[in-house]
Ligand binder design. Structure first.
Ligand code: SAH
Ligand code: CA
Length: 272
């Protein structure tokens, strides 16, 4: 696996602002829908009839313009060299690279950990290890990230990268269906990041609430789901699962919540 890092390579993969050709034409459609679709995560998932004739770029596009997204990244604490390497490698060589969390959300999760003084983190959905390593980097040396995934192939890539970082030793990967695995975990967690299969989200939330420390926070990714949540009946199964999840959270009086439009939507939840 190539673990080399060069600015040119990253620039080549990330592209330059304004490099998305159909951006102008899509402006009309954003107005119709009221949001800008997150193409990075929606490909092969969401089925916006409007958009399918447009070329689907690999690159980041959230609910703000690409230029503003880049500006936010540029004005946030930068990702580590190894996280950048994970991003570069994943975008070049791994399927469904739009699933990778990326530098803005990574910086946000790190900020949250430092702000709350979290020491034990639980993650649902490891993929190639970007968010797990981001969070591990923000933890004290005796902190721990337990990360759950079902896929041995992509998590092998994650482990390879983590082994190159001093923070990698804080990460424990457990392979298997997260619903089964989480039952076996002991102790409480100060931060839970939910980012695995969307139909499992409600079960993951219930498990997370049962294991949350008193001041613990749960952060749930993709909760705007490229704007599908605005539709009465979201077109994809995942979109419907997210809409049901969001309703479950919204109607629970025991929860204190804020749904933030960071990237594809990040729902922050704590117990009142
Ligand atoms: N947090 C990651 C992205 C996670 S992508 C990052 O920042 O890069 C979603 C992951 O959920 C995939 O790796 C997939 O294998 C995993 N997943 C899907 N179904 C699962 C299940 N039932 N149990 C555990 N993990 C699952
Ligand atoms: Ca995600």
């Amino acid at each position: 696996m190539p673990i080399s890092f060069s600015a040119e390579k990253v620039a080549g993969v990330l592209g330059t602002p304004g490099s998305f050709p159909a951006e102008k034409e899509m402006g009309t459609f954003y107005k119709i829908l009221g949001v800008r679709p997150n193409l990075r995560e929606s490909r092969g998932n969401a089925n916006f009839g409007f958009f399918k004739e447009f070329p689907m770029p690999d690159e980041k596009l959230g609910f703000v313009s690409e230029a503003l997204d880049n500006y936010c990244v540029d004005h946030s604490t930068p990702a580590s060299t190894i996280c950048n390497e994970i991003e570069t490698y994943t975008r070049k060589s791994v399927e469904q690279s739009m699933m990778l969390t990326g530098p803005l959300e990574g910086a946000f999760l790190k900020f949250l950990i430092r702000l709350t003084g979290a020491k034990r983190v639980l993650e649902f959905g490891t993929y190639t290890g970007y968010s797990a390593l981001s969070m591990a980097e923000a933890l004290p040396s005796d902190g721990k990230v337990v990360t759950l995934d079902i896929d041995p192939k992509n998590t092998a890539i994650a482990k390879e990268f983590w082994s190159c970082s001093d923070h990698g030793k804080k990460i424990q990967l457990i392979l298997g269906d997260a619903v089964e695995t989480v039952r076996l975990l002991e102790g409480q967690f100060d931060l839970v990041f939910i980012d695995a299969d969307k139909p499992g989200y409600i079960k993951y939330l219930d498990a997370a609430l049962a294991k949350l420390s008193v001041k613990g926070v749960i952060a749930v990714d993709n909760t705007l789901f490229s704007g599908e949540v605005l539709q009465k009946s979201p077109p994809s199964e995942n979109g419907r699962a997210i809409a049901a999840f969001n309703e479950r959270v919204r109607t629970d009086p025991k929860l204190d919540t804020v749904l933030l439009p960071i990237r594809d939507g990040l729902y922050l939840i704590r117990k009142r």
